[in-house]
Design a protein around this ligand. Structure first.
Ligand code: GLY
Length: 579
């Protein structure tokens, strides 16, 4: 046959296979292993996994009506600002890793808060040389210029199919008409009452006129927040950064010793960054670059362990957990020196994610004993980071995927609402290292990388992540948890890519956390007592069963189905498959 006919024959073949319906025997039932005792949610046409159910339904509805994953993610982000004020926000900031199928590219959108023009590295340090925690955590001086409105608008305008007004509408209606308080919100508001009551605007919104708490099933309306959302719907992001809302925030700051001015609001910028890419045993990983420390140090840990056969050692066995702890110890020591805003500090990303560097630091891990953190790097006491952040994952049937983590830092941020806006303010600037920095005896400049400077973004641990298999989005995941986020996402990803767990099992297994300083491993309940005994004999200091770690929302796409799971550690979360 001459080559001309060969080409025609091949072309006919290819066209026939791509347009003909699948043969009956090609049809596959969803495949998931219930071996691990947990089963995922299944969907055929897309999926959302969100920390709060009402916002999850908003996202699912958008996917069902033909919106793409970016439209759904933006709508979820705005809806959570109303229904999950613990961490959902338009007064905070965050990070989105998104795979855009039509362009076959993956982007990292940085909408982290930035400090005010008047910020200084020793802003919260008193005359006694100590950090004034009230100022750093519960005052308007702890607030960075919020990035969420700009970030979600940027994503939807560049990569969505809907406009900003469309993705804001569900949030606006939820704020205007109210929604039924759910158990987790009732509990969170009751617990935060003392703090929120100190602010007249927050008190008025989150508690009834007689001062009593909202109960599950009662309707919570947020009139001022609805007005702010409507202003953004009408005038776009300028309403927030240059218009009425910016003016109100600046006036509120000026009246209460806050630092943010109208000029600071107008100066806010979203950055579309190249994700940090890594690989692990044939999988490709795309995750968040600086100013988040999450992606870099998760990849550093995965690189350290890539040549170990952890499957043979066993999931959550003493040998595997020993390697996890020692990798965490190293990664968090590096993080303390190097993580910060890349516009102000040259973060050595390429070095930290280099596989040769990983081999070198892996070789330093003894297999028979725990190291002391002081052996790994000079001692320094690091500030505790808040656990209140929230993550959501979205995938659609066009191959788009979104992994988004955003936050106000603490639950309900600093507990203060900018007067007349209904917007809770973040206390993200507490993520900077506050004490004045000086080189230590070894010349290390701990603290400089993450010292507060004008218009700088504080270091984060948020780790929104997409794992690729055969160059297609395979796993979308992320978690809240302050400094523990990196370790939670790391273990969730390892459960899938190393231990072949289905996504529900991967989300449910007990986790551990070590952050170099303090030299202590938190171990969730569920790790066997034998394992704990062996680890303690090796010299590991363990804190067992006192708390949970993280709250993941994850989706896997495999062979025509979406499989998802929200973390069993969280109440009122939801994963919804579109069919
Ligand atoms: N505020 C928590 C984080 O950014 O990691």
């Amino acid at each position: 046959m001459n080559s001309y006919f060969k080409i025609i024959l091949i072309t006919v073949h290819v066209i026939a296979f791509s347009i003909l319906p699948a043969k009956a025997e090609d049809y596959k039932l969803p495949q998931y292993s219930s071996r691990d005792g947990f089963v995922p949610v299944v969907g055929r046409k897309g999926m959302v996994s969100v920390r709060e159910t009402i916002a999850a339904k908003v996202g699912a509805d958008i996917l069902a009506k033909g919106g793409n994953a970016i439209d759904a993610a933006a709508a979820i982000g705005f809806a959570l600002a109303v229904t999950y004020p613990q961490a959902g926000n338009i007064g905070g900031g965050g990070f989105m890793v998104a795979h855009i199928a039509s362009e076959n590219k993956t982007v990292a959108i940085d909408y982290r808060e930035m400090s005010a023009g008047k910020a200084r590295h020793d802003l919260y340090v008193g005359k006694d040389g100590k950090v004034n925690q009230k100022l750093a955590k519960y005052s308007r001086q702890s607030t960075g210029v919020p990035g969420t409105v700009a970030g979600l608008a940027f994503a939807v305008e560049k990569y969505g199919t809907m406009n900003l007004k469309q993705v804001l509408t569900p949030a606006y209606k939820l704020a205007r008409d109210g929604f039924e308080v759910y158990t987790q919100l009732e509990v969170s508001l009751a617990r935060a009452k003392e703090r929120l009551s100190a602010d007249p605007a927050a008190l008025k919104v989150f508690y009834k006129a007689d001062g009593s708490n909202y109960k599950t099933g009662e309707v919570l309306k947020q009139k001022d927040l609805a007005n702010s959302l409507r202003a953004i719907m009408r005038k776009g992001t300028d309403a927030f950064y240059k218009g009425d809302i910016a003016k109100k925030i600046a006036a509120d700051m000026a009246a209460n010793d806050g630092l943010i001015t109208e000029e600071d609001m107008a100066a806010y910028k979203v950055y579309e960054r190249k994700p940090v890419f890594g690989s692990y045993k044939g999988y490709k990983i795309a995750t968040m670059p600086p100013p988040s420390s999450g992606g870099v140090h998760m990849i550093e840990m995965m690189n350290m362990l890539e040549n170990d056969d952890l499957k043979v050692k066993g999931h959550n066995s003493a040998a595997t957990l020993h390697l996890y702890i020692e990798s965490m110890r190293q990664a968090y020591a590096d993080r303390s020196l190097y993580a910060g805003d890349p516009a102000f500090f040259k973060v050595p990303v390429e070095h930290l994610i280099d596989k040769e560097y990983a081999k070198e630091i892996r070789a330093r891990i003894p297999m028979d004993r725990a190291r002391l953190s002081s052996e790994v790097a000079p001692t320094k006491d690091w500030l505790k980071e808040s656990m209140e952040t929230t993550h959501f994952s979205v995938m659609d049937d066009q191959g788009n995927a979104v992994s988004n983590t955003y936050t106000l830092n603490f639950g309900f941020g600093n507990g203060i609402m900018a007067a007349g806006t209904g917007i809770l303010l973040n206390n993200e600037l507490d993520d900077f290292d506050h004490l004045p920095y000086e080189p230590d005896a070894n010349g290390n400049i701990s603290g400089k990388a993450n010292a507060q400077e004008p218009h700088k973004r504080p270091r984060s641990s948020m780790t929104p992540t997409i794992v690729f298999k055969d160059d297609k989005p395979f796993l979308v995941t992320g978690s809240p948890g302050g400094g523990t986020i990196i370790n939670t996402v790391f273990q969730t990803v390892m459960n899938v890519v190393e231990f072949d767990m289905n996504v529900a099992a991967a989300s449910s297994k007990p986790r551990i956390n070590h952050q170099w300083m303090p030299d202590m491993t938190t171990v969730e309940s569920g790790v066997s007592q034998d394992t704990i005994n062996i680890l303690e004999k090796m010299g590991h200091k363990l804190n067992v069963g006192t708390r949970t770690l993280g709250s993941t929302n994850s989706i896997i796409y495999r062979d025509g189905y979406f499989y998802g799971a929200h973390d069993p550690r969280s109440m009122d979360a939801a994963t919804i498959g579109i069919n």
